[in-house]
Design a protein around this ligand. Structure first.
Ligand code: AP5
Length: 190
């Protein structure tokens, strides 16, 4: 099984590139952001709590996210592997994911980091705001999301680098160019 963490700043292209990886490798896509947005749409208790935090660019508590992922992995039988998009987002989430996978006789195959400068992701997300109107895509919240990424999320790269599982991929340029770079790395994975 291939279990890939697609990693990177807000707007680095995790969602976009997940689609290409799912099509090519038949992996199950798990996006914690998409799951939370569905909860918000359904106006569940979790959704209402998450919305407040997401609109401020803050993270939803680890315990909630970890329980959500645990349930999904337990339900996902007969999959070829997972693409984790937007998860893990803290070292605590990464450690919980590692232990969960061990319980299922699995492990992370690779963390693929999409490297994109902050000014480029700011432009991409402000453009998406105009096109789709996502409520956390305003300048103030994007700035906060980037701060949270650099302080709380970026250390995960070192966590997987210690296990020789970290790969950097240039996330700038056309979508198809980035996809080709990702495929090149995935082909090298056992
Ligand atoms: P989440 O939904 O995960 O958002 P994010 O990480 O901020 O990522 P985005 O969806 O904004 O960007 P992306 O990297 O997927 O890029 P995309 O492909 O969409 O999380 C939202 C919030 O939920 C968090 O802030 C937090 O509050 C909460 N949350 C989620 N997971 C959590 C967790 N595990 N723990 C705690 N809290 C959690 O592309 C962005 C735009 O750029 C698109 O318009 C796209 O078309 C465009 N684009 C993509 N690639 C290119 C390219 N190569 N060139 C030009 N444009 C491009």
């Amino acid at each position: 099984m291939k279990n890939i963490i697609l990693f990177g700043a807000p707007g680095s292209g995790k969602g976009t590139q997940s689609t290409a990886l799912v099509e090519r490798y038949g992996l199950r896509h798990i996006s914690t952001g998409d799951i939370l947005r569905k909860e918000i749409q359904a106006q569940t208790e979790l959704g209402n709590k998450a919305k407040e935090l997401m609109d401020k660019g803050q993270l939803v508590p680890d315990a909630i996210i970890i329980a959500m992922i645990e349930e999904l992995i337990a339900k996902s039988t007969e999959v070829k592997g997972f693409i984790f998009d937007g998860f893990p987002r803290t070292v605590a989430q990464a450690e919980a994911l590692d232990s969960m996978l061990v319980r299922y006789g699995q492990k992370i195959s690779s963390l693929l980091e999409l490297v994109v400068p902050d000014d480029v992701v700011m432009q991409r997300l402000l453009l998406r705001k105009e096109q789709e109107g996502r409520s956390d895509d305003n300048e103030e919240t994007i700035t906060r999301r980037l701060q949270v990424y650099h302080t709380q999320t970026a250390p995960i790269a070192a966590h997987y680098a210690k296990q020789n599982l970290h790969h950097s991929v240039d996330g700038t340029g056309a979508v198809e160019e980035v996809t080709a770079r990702l495929f090149q790395v995935v082909e090298t994975l056992a």
